[in-house]
Design a protein around this ligand. Sequence first.
Ligand code: WT7
Length: 701
Amino acid sequence: MADSKTKSAVVDTTEHQIAVHWKEEENYKPTAEFIAQANLTDPAINERFAEKNFPQCFEEYADMLTWYKRWDTVLDTNDPPFWKWFVGGKINASYNCVDRHLAKYKNKAALISVPEPEGEDPVTITYQELYIRVNEFAALLRDFAGLKAGDRVTIHMPMLAELPITMLACARLGVIHSVVFGGFSGEACGLRAADSGSNVLIYMDGYYRSGKMIDHKASAEIAVAAAEKEGQKIDKILVWRRHPDKYCSATPMVKGRDFFVDEILKDYRGKLVDPVPMDAEAPLFLMYTSGTTGKPKGCQHRTGGYLAYVTGTSKYIQDIHPTDTYWCMADIGWITGHSYIVYGPLALAATSVTYEGVPTYPDAGRVWRIAERLGVNIFHTSPTAIRMLRKAGAEEPRKYHYNFKHMTTVGEPIEPEVWRWYYNEVGKQKAVIVDTWWQTENGGFLCSTKPAIDLMKPGSAGPGVPGIYPVIYDEQAKEMSAGTGKAGNICIKNPWPGIFQTIWGDRERFVKQYYSKYCKDPKSKKWQDWPYFAADGAVLAADGYFRILGRVDDVINVAGHRLGTKELESACLTVPEVAEAAVVPVVDEIKGRVPEIYIVLRPGYAPSKEITDRVIATLETMIGKIARPKQVHIVPDMPKTRSGKIMRRVLAAISNTLDTGDISTLANPDVVEQIRQVVQGKEKVATKEGPEDLKQFGKEE
Ligand code: WT7
């Protein structure tokens, strides 16, 4: 039981009142060499994008694109919070990322796709080649698959050039693509296909990971079955082959449903397809992400505003020039890949590098060898990958003569210690670092330093990027001032062109989840009354830099990617012996957080390794390997409130050896000690110090 001191602390302290024990880090300056070549060096940007110039300031980004017809209205707020951007404008994303570069850059590399086997050379695709391949595949999608503007198509592919080609071909026709992360299971893919109403799936037969050929087409069969169970029939599966002419999956092709892309493409050689001029507000793609309910939500992104926003931020924050060789190690199946591998860099005519496999395969030097060989000068990755590379070979980068001018970290908070390794070893004390905070819903960066203008501070994302006005509110919607060291909920005061339009097919949930908490007046048509709630905790330092602490909802950030606790729990409950399941985040040295599972068995079943193994296997099949839990604990009962709710915060405390706080109000306080013994053994080791997100986890319940 908690002692009386802890008890009163827990009762009296709400989230925003918790002081964050965190020392101020030193600042780092960009080098003169970086500043001399940077796209954005004029501090007048702050003035141009100040609140008084909103929303017109964002025309600067839209003007970086080529429009068929210019917009009439920059921001339409008539149907809050369903903001509309660049209304009346007509544009095509594929044209902007491909065709318009031909005049100047047709022989320049657009994509360099690096296969995992080191014996296979990188594949370079020039803008001219990209143009031809996007056109041919668009012709196939239109004339063979029967797809047209507004239709949805679900894409489940690995990190090879065929993936951006597929996306750009969809965009050319106005077909809404929904790319499912290649590492997700077939079941996860099928559910997303059903939710989006796709009747065409696009696959690749296989790909290399850690030296092994993965049979990826096998997952298509599972996807079809999962989609059909939800009432969505799949008519066609288009299968790219990793090695054309050689099918590398053991799964049979189904006649009349499955088609090899390389075979069908023969009929579309040299075919050109006019890009379809789309309304600025037409959806460009869906990107599914986890939330607080069991069902992933399809974030619907618009064409014009999204493309303007990722182009502007790629230019100013990523400092991309057409002469740069840019490598973002994210997977295209996540929003980072959409915005900052495909759409942003290609809209700016850069060379965008993709890598098929595991960063540490076949050894810890692989990433640095790729960077050296291709002359990469902008590098973009996550804290998880940085921790992993550091662990695998802290001194490896020294052995290679690559030359980074700019590096990004994204997806989770980065420990100052890890930041310094990134700066000193990977960046060789020359590369500027931007720590970019944002979310799937946001389309592009929300907080980051402007690389040639602002100082860097390890562990802090920085101020809002141009045109983004973040604010920290407490639970009572009171604005929390800078420099108090208190944590609260970070919100964005204003709309911006990259914000998603809605959750596919669920307007109500969109409003409820992101706007209802801090909406000042639901009848108001003024954007000022509709702050966007990001569901992250944050602290604002005296210098105006935001430090992001992590999620305040039931979402676990695993290796920079989101998993909903409810989603994992419903998967566990499909194991027949499992009566109850609760999922909590635990600290992991490499991945930041990973899920840990608690289950209670139905009467008559005894705990066994066989059951825990089956729970793990189920999570992998229903969601994917990313959902693999650190541990599965079979416990006698869940800690519950008197109204029967599972107290996840108590379980999270036990998993992370934190103090469990006040448990006197539980219906069954005695079970806590029993669970603790199952998890930690006899010795009590709880501490009060721990990461803020873990101390907050489950508080709302
Ligand atoms: C969540 C969004 C944005 C693309 C990748 C993840 C966390 C993101 C940072 C950062 C601290 C970060 C937040 C956010 N997050 N970037 N620089 N510092 N935390 O997209 O899967 O939608 O996850 O990732 O908790 O809410 P996502």
